[in-house]
Ligand binder design. Structure first.
Ligand code: CO
Length: 441
């Protein structure tokens, strides 16, 4: 499970997560494609294609070439997850001086538990585009990989009611203070910020010259520099940032690299993994689940007219995302009859109003797989008087027209800067997804 903690540390932003997933896939024989090129896909070939920021699709072609007969139509085994996490994102003019201190100006991305962002060692990571008068444009991944800012709490002596609940004003209270050695007090903050970015890029890419390059655009998120930790050994917990939903991405990529679909000769399988960005803000973007990336890629895998729709009609999707584990201090917030525990099995997520994707066909198939692989499972549903969150499952199931089921790993403190999940659950999820990619049952 050190691989999981390494993956989390190396993925402070969706850009970086895709980079890490590509490395995992490349080392297991997956070949990179680009959207721009024309594809000549080989039977049994393993491929991946990215659309940055933060979006990646990987697949394994069926062993036998497709023919016209119904019997040999491949069945897509699709697993979907998201690479983004809620947090604080830098504004276009990201620096200002407050009471003599340089602070960062941020917007809230998605729905983080804001109180957990105070008093943390905050790093900064994402992507920067630079312009050069002669040489044009250049985009690079950026990660300061050390604390650069801090959001200090107000001392209790200055707010005696703090422990009765704090209202956080998004515009006034969420300006992380930059470490003063990064930006001098007398200098114009934006110019210094840009200079700071260029210096960091020069350090990160020693073989390139960034002299004369101006950063003009960035997609930069703050993150907690405290690394993910394993507590209690292999059967214990993992605690860390961005478990929602990098934990699912990690399990799904690992499962795809371990999948053995070619052993099933009767019904050819086409395992597909799709990881999207922007789930936390509604999925409507070029790299979100409502974008055209997944249908565009899938359509390139089939040559016959109507084959896409025919294949989808006999295909299945699993949407993987974090699930709520019962919290012993807040049991009244859960339906005790449908409340999963940490390290007690993969969670099947249910909502009567299709906030989670659900089809009895997909659920039956996956629970059958759990039974044959001796994987424990649990079911989750909210209290009848509380609404639940949502996932990319319903959107994708609707647009592609396939049977789908939402499942995931039970966790505590979803959307906190530091979440907790059970490690045996991660292994069980990985085993279930490997079986799903490999089995035509
Ligand atoms: Co999520």
């Amino acid at each position: 499970m050190e691989k999981l903690t390494h993956f989390l540390k190396a993925s402070p932003s969706p850009w970086h997560a895709v980079d890490q997933m590509e490395k995992m896939l490349s080392s297991r024989g997956f070949f990179p494609l680009t959207e721009k090129s024309s594809w000549s896909l080989q039977p049994g070939g393993r491929y991946f294609v990215q659309r940055q920021p933060g979006c990646l699709i990987a697949f394994i072609m069926p062993q036998h070439p497709q023919n016209h007969g119904y019997e040999n139509l491949p069945r897509v085994r699709l697993v979907c997850a998201h690479t983004d996490s809620p947090g604080l994102k830098l504004k276009p003019n990201p620096c200002k001086i407050k009471s003599g201190y340089p602070v960062l100006d941020v917007e809230v991305y998605g729905s983080p538990l804001l109180s957990t962002w105070f008093d943390r060692d905050l790093g900064l990571a994402g992507q920067v585009t630079l312009i050069h008068a002669d040489a044009g444009l250049r985009s690079r991944l950026l990660d300061f990989n050390e604390p650069v800012a801090l959001l200090p709490s107000l001392a209790i002596h200055l707010n005696r009611e703090a422990n009765e609940g704090i209202k956080i004003r998004r515009h006034e209270d969420l300006s992380p203070v930059l470490l003063h050695n990064f930006i001098g007090k007398d200098q114009e903050p934006l110019a210094l910020f840009l200079d700071w970015i260029v210096k960091r890029l020069q350090f990160q890419y020693p073989g390139e010259d960034f002299y004369g390059w101006d950063p003009v655009s960035w997609d930069l998120m703050l993150y907690d520099c405290a690394p993910a930790k394993i507590m209690g050994g292999d059967d214990g917990w993992v605690t860390g940032g961005r478990l929602d939903n990098l934990l699912s991405c990690f399990a799904a990529v690992t499962a795809l690299t371990l999948a053995t679909p070619s052993r099933e000769t009767q019904e050819p399988l086409l395992p597909v993994l799709a990881c999207f960005n922007h789930e936390e803000s509604g999925s409507l973007s070029q790299v979100g689940a409502q974008g055209n990336f997944l249908p565009a890629v899938l359509k390139r895998l089939f040559h016959e007219p109507q084959q896409f729709e025919r294949v989808m009609s006999c295909s299945t999707m699993v949407s993987v995302d974090s699930a709520h584990g019962i919290h012993p201090n807040f049991t009244d917030k859960y339906d005790s009859n449908n409340a999963p525990e940490l390290n007690a099995g993969v969670v099947f997520k249910h909502n009567a109003n299709q906030r989670y994707a659900h089809s009895v066909v997909a659920e039956g198939m996956l629970k059958g797989l759990c039974r044959s692989l001796a994987i424990p499972w649990q079911d989750f549903a909210m209290r009848a008087d509380m609404p639940c969150g949502s996932t990319i499952g319903p959107t994708l199931s609707a647009s592609l027209g396939l049977h789908a089921m939402d499942l995931g790993v039970a966790s505590w403190a979803m959307h906190s800067i530091r979440e907790t999940a059970g490690l045996t659950d991660v292994r069980h999820l990985q085993a279930l997804l490997t079986g799903f990619f490999s089995s035509s049952r």
